[in-house]
Write a new protein. Structure first.
Length: 149
């Protein structure tokens, strides 16, 4: 399954270079448990609340595939998310924001969709600064995970 995911990401990057900038992918120098802890701390330190950690690895293992760690971390500012859901219900399927973290051999990979991509689908000028702030925060979160020792 890890190889399939890697192949899909590689195909996206190779077949549509203009699309590759829509994902942010980093390799973390820490082991998976340490990187997960750093990721959660980085999210919280920027004022976001982690709303759920979905264990994808458990579901995949039930299909007979073996995979180490593979999780989706959902996060957001609860008041902001609720307000956006009321005012822009079309955003509900994309909230809260999420980051995927998984172990790949001895590496930890962390990836997320860049929030400014949402502006392509939701061009309301009121939303653009929100998407830009989310992306700035996402990049800072990922930088903190990438730079952790």
């Amino acid at each position: 399954m890890k190889k399939l995911f890697a192949i899909l990401l590689l195909a996206l990057a190779c077949s549509a270079p203009a699309q590759a900038d829509k994902l942010q992918i980093i390799r973390a120098p820490q082991s998976y448990p340490e990187a997960m802890s750093t990721l959660q701390a980085a999210i919280s330190s920027r004022g976001y609340k982690i709303t759920r950690v979905q264990n994808i690895d458990v579901g995949i293992s039930k299909t007979g595939h073996t995979i180490d760690y593979y999780k989706v971390v959902f996060y957001g500012n609860l008041e902001e998310t609720a307000g956006l859901a009321r005012k822009h219900p079309e955003l509900i399927p994309y909230l809260p924001l999420n980051i995927v973290i998984f172990a790949e051999d001895s590496n930890t990979v962390v990836t997320a969709v860049r929030p400014t991509v949402f502006a392509e689908f939701f061009p309301d000028p009121e939303l653009k600064p929100i998407f830009e702030r989310w992306e700035k925060d996402l990049l800072a979160i990922l930088d903190e995970v990438r730079e952790a020792k």
